[in-house]
Design a protein around this ligand. Structure first.
Ligand code: PMP
Length: 359
């Protein structure tokens, strides 16, 4: 079998031109006589890779100068702790919006560090909608409001950046780089790389520089944004190859025309998949249409006893990793930037054939 259409939620598909370039450069990075894997992180070659990656990210996302960009380890998960450790010290309070599994995890970790007010929750709707902002119970003395712009498991995405008056902190792990975003609206954004930014092992943090240096002096250095910032994200040995791969992904995004082109492509892919689901009586998606995720499309079959057969037949057609998250069951198609429209078309035609045969 050649390469499959990989609908995995993360680590997830990486665009072929990125993988090919990594292969071409693997043994000898641009005449250096070394693989990126072998380079000192403090040597001129790797420092040039790291610097260019940051410049390209700033250009693509239009990150203003008053923001610091960090490349950290520990996944998005360590950000669940680092955010309150670094930002909540003065007020001791933070607001969180609960829209699903990932925001709940962020809340659980924050509760270990500060007082958490859940300003809004989708729980009563079984996580199928986002409560209207006018109903949010916001504590204006809180240090920030945290939300998850795209719930990777539930398949809910905020269609707009909320306007709550507090400094905004966003877990953008599963929809960063999928569309243009106004960075100025945020105090801090974090995102793991393994969906739209390449491979697992690096997490990007974009933080308003004035917010750095407010952590307790007793905070271990590795948990302190200011320490990472003053050491160019090289407080210890960084995941060099993953950082380099992120740079290749950014080159690829530039070659496509940037985030506006990707936003069009992503909306088109998601719209046609939801249209196919809604048009059938065999497949369904429970999420309120205006907050449906453009990145992760969960759906269930009318007859759950057909789930295994669906997955096996899909696999035979080169459509892989469609099984839903263990906590929700059913199916989930993750269609990040690197999933082509042809891949989505192929999934849609397989789904309709399967329905005709067994539905
Ligand atoms: N937040 C979101 C929205 C995620 O999708 C994930 C991972 N799937 C995480 C946080 C946790 O990321 P990591 O595994 O990199 O810690």
């Amino acid at each position: 079998m050649g390469r499959v259409y990989n609908f995995s939620a993360g680590p997830s598909a990486i665009a072929e031109p990125v993988l090919e370039r990594a292969r071409e450069e693997f043994m000898d990075w641009r005449g250096s006589g070394m693989s990126v894997l072998e380079m000192s992180h403090r040597g001129p070659e790797f420092v040039s890779i790291a610097t260019k990656t940051e410049q390209d990210l700033r250009e693509i996302l239009r990150i203003p100068d008053q923001y610091t960009v960090l490349f950290l380890q520990g996944g998005a998960t360590i950000q669940f702790s680092m955010v309150p450790m670094n930002l909540s010290v003065e007020s001791g309070r933070a607001c969180y919006v609960d829209t699903g599994s990932w925001s709940r995890k962020a809340i659980e970790e924050a509760r270990k560090i500060c007082d958490v007010r859940v300003a809004a929750s989708s729980k009563n709707s079984h996580y199928s909608m986002i409560p209207d902002e006018s109903t949010w119970d916001i504590d204006q003395t809180a240090a920030y409001l945290h939300y998850t712009s795209n719930e990777t498991i539930g398949g809910i995405e905020f269609p707009e950046v909320p306007a709550c008056g507090l400094p905004l902190v966003c877990d953008m792990s599963s929809n960063i780089l999928s569309q243009p975003v106004e960075i100025e609206r945020f105090a801090l954004i974090y995102a793991g790389a393994q969906k739209n930014m390449g491979a697992a092992g690096i997490t990007v943090v974009i933080v308003r520089t004035e917010l750095l240096g407010r952590a307790s002096a007793k905070l271990p250095s590795m948990l302190d944004y200011a320490q990472h910032a003053s050491n160019q994200s090289m407080l210890n040995t960084p995941p060099t190859f993953i950082w380099y791969l992120l740079g290749l992904v950014l080159d690829w995004i530039k070659s496509l025309g940037g985030l506006a082109s990707l936003a069009d492509l992503n909306s088109r892919k998601a719209a046609k998949l939801y249209r196919a689901i809604d048009a059938s009586s065999f497949y369904s998606n429970p999420i309120e249409p205006k907050v449906r995720s453009r990145m992760n499309v969960p759906f269930i079959l009318a007859d759950a006893t057909l789930d295994e057969l669906f997955l096996t037949e899909a696999e035979k057609r080169g459509l892989t990793n469609l099984k839903g998250h263990r906590s929700v069951g059913g199916m989930r198609a993750s269609i990040y930037n690197a999933m082509s429209e042809a891949g989505v078309d192929s999934l849609i035609s397989f789904m309709s054939e399967f329905e005709r045969k067994y539905g």
